[in-house]
Design a protein around this ligand. Structure first.
Ligand code: SF4
Length: 322
């Protein structure tokens, strides 16, 4: 039986921006009622175009962006209610994030040793020798030599910097890591090495990952399950093989058919999306995908499709299956 590490229930993230010369306030619906569970020990990937809300979801779980409503439950506690310093400290020991850009995520004025020491000095009462041991272990785990500890971030390549960022994410021995487009800023030749490293670390430390990427080839290689997001909603979720071999939602099919190497393997029908992604300030009524869906029917313009279960693990929201 699978055990959930994190349960997200009806999460909404909305904020107001001012638009145009008259600065008219408008509500941006960045995350729009997301409910999903992240199982212990899995890599759950979030797929979708830029602007679909996947990074906002990640930042909300990390409490870097404020949720408007809903729940994110970790260890039976809704983390959105955490306010005490001690509780927040405990949370950030369990949950860490790896950002897309290793150039901006490391302080250029600090040596690698200082970058890795900092979280241990703030969060633990460990002695210098113990801290040193942990740093040596983690830097070696990410495939770097201990000599690098006395250098600055600018003395490393992009791939090496991402390894350092991964070592920092591991330093407090978290249970859960969010990897937000962790290989998108890297050369293609380096991407596979970093993905393999994350898979290895997941096994070695029994980690759970939320892996965010717009690149379905990368997602196919690393994920156990996949949630596909469109305009702040999860439109399909399932095991990686269910999503890649038997996609149901027209948006998932369109995403897959746009990647030639995946399409030649799966022989999915080509689906061309109409128009541009609508603005999250001006969400379409009914099924949010109806303005671009080649199969849209009248009902799609007015009504919201309910969840259809194709298996215990595979679900999507679409009137085609009702
Ligand atoms: Fe397309 Fe309608 Fe299904 Fe939405 S509900 S994906 S518009 S067919």
């Amino acid at each position: 039986m699978t055990e959930n590490l994190i349960k997200i229930k009806d999460l909404k993230v909305e904020y107001t921006t001012k638009k145009g010369v008259f600065e008219i306030p408008q509500t941006v619906h960045a995350v729009n009622g997301v409910s999903l569970n992240i199982q212990k020990g899995e890599i759950l990937a979030i797929a979708g175009e830029s602007g679909c809300g996947k990074s906002t979801l990640a930042k909300t779980i990390m409490m870097l962006t404020e949720a408007s409503s809903g729940e994110i439950v970790l260890d039976n506690i809704n983390i959105l209610n955490l306010v005490k310093k001690e509780d927040l400290k405990n949370f950030y020991q369990k949950v860490q994030i790896i950002f897309q850009n290793p150039y901006s995520s490391l302080n250029p004025k600090m040596k690698i040793r200082e970058i890795l020491e900092e979280p241990l000095k703030i969060n633990t009462k460990l002695q210098k020798e113990e801290i040193n041991q942990i740093i040596q272990e983690k830097i070696s785990k990410v495939g770097l030599d201990a000599n690098c500890l006395d250098l600055y971030p600018h003395e490393f390549s992009g791939g090496q910097r991402q390894r350092i960022a991964i070592a920092r994410a591991l330093i407090l021995e978290p249970e859960f890591i969010i990897a937000d487009e962790p290989v998108s800023a890297l050369d293609v030749s380096i991407q596979a090495q970093i993905i393999n490293l994350l898979k290895q670390l997941k096994n070695d430390y029994n980690l759970t990952f939320l892996f965010i990427s717009h690149d379905l080839s990368v997602i196919k290689y690393i994920s156990d399950r996949i949630a596909v997001m469109y305009l702040g909603e999860v439109v399909e979720i399932g095991k990686a093989e269910e999503i890649f071999n038997n996609p149901k939602h027209p948006y998932t099919k369109a995403l897959l058919s746009s990647v030639p190497e995946l399409n030649s393997e799966n022989k999915q029908e080509q689906i061309h999306l109409k128009g541009e992604l609508p603005s999250p300030e001006d969400l379409p009524k009914g099924c949010k995908f109806h303005t671009r869906c080649p199969f849209a029917m009248e009902i799609c313009k007015t009504d919201i499709p309910q969840i259809i279960n194709f298996s215990e693990t595979h679900k999507c929201n679409c009137f085609l299956y009702e």
